[in-house]
Design a protein around this ligand. Structure first.
Ligand code: IMP
Ligand code: MG
Length: 220
């Protein structure tokens, strides 16, 4: 076996692994908005599992943070559900322990995707007091996260940790790895749980795979 530096168990680093042959769940076994009937391939991750996994991420984060105060920086718009659920779990853990962690929340907005493609330029809007923890929806190519981190550096934070709900296994990836990952997923375009395709599907609870019909219907 190869020698390695500090070893973090692989499943902790990558989160729950959804393999390329993972077929997802049949949509007809769940409820979802009627206006999206015919636009989706499958349920990749049901809402309940998303929330359960985030509960564990919150526990891992609290364990690492110790007694430091934290600023949760939510990356809008796609990260708002993840951030809200993460903050809820962090609050619960803090409330039910004798550790007092003071928590602030700020929001930043990044935009780089048109249809299902990552666009060249990155816009960063908002966020004034940037110091500790960043919460993010998907790491696709990793470009967005690198751009954000270099702009956070300017504020000389004590510590920056990145939590991402999803990490895609993509050939275009620049191998950015968040400190906390919810799920590692195949290179498919997913929607729901605040993730959008041209602003649609944010109002879907589960993380689903969009189909060709859906892409065509909402293409710009
Ligand atoms: P990256 O710069 O390629 O890592 O892309 C990250 C950003 O692109 C995320 O914050 C999302 O907003 C968006 N994104 C990437 N993949 C998906 C996806 O499958 N569904 C919805 N949005 C995505
Ligand atoms: Mg988007």
């Amino acid at each position: 076996m190869e020698q390695s530096e500090e070893k973090v168990p692989e499943n902790q680093e990558r989160g729950i692994l959804l393999m390329d042959n993972w077929p997802g769940y049949d949509l007809d076994l769940f409820t979802y908005p009627q206006h999206y009937y015919g636009d989706l391939e499958c349920v990749l991750i049901p809402h309940g599992i998303i929330v359960d996994r985030i509960e564990r991420l919150a526990k891992d984060i609290m364990k690492d943070i110790g007694y430091h105060d934290i600023l949760v920086l939510c990356v809008l718009k796609g990260g708002y559900k993840f951030c809200a659920d993460l903050v809820e779990h962090l609050k619960n853990i803090s409330r039910n322990s004798d550790r007092f962690v003071s928590m602030k929340v700020d929001f930043i907005r990044l935009k780089s995707y048109k249809n299902d493609q990552s666009m060249g330029e990155m816009q960063i809007i908002g966020g004034e007091d940037l110091s500790t923890l960043a919460g993010k929806d998907v790491v696709g190519t990793g470009r967005t996260m690198r751009a954000l981190l270099s702009s956070i550096e300017k504020y000389k934070p004590n510590m920056v940790k990145v939590a991402s709900l999803l990490v895609k296994r993509t050939a275009r990836s620049d191998s950015f790895r968040p400190d906390y990952a919810g799920f590692e997923i195949p290179d498919v375009f997913v929607v729901g749980y605040a993730l959008d395709y041209n602003e649609y599907f944010r109002d879907l609870n589960h993380i689903c795979v969009i189909n060709e019909h859906g892409k065509e219907k909402y293409r710009i």
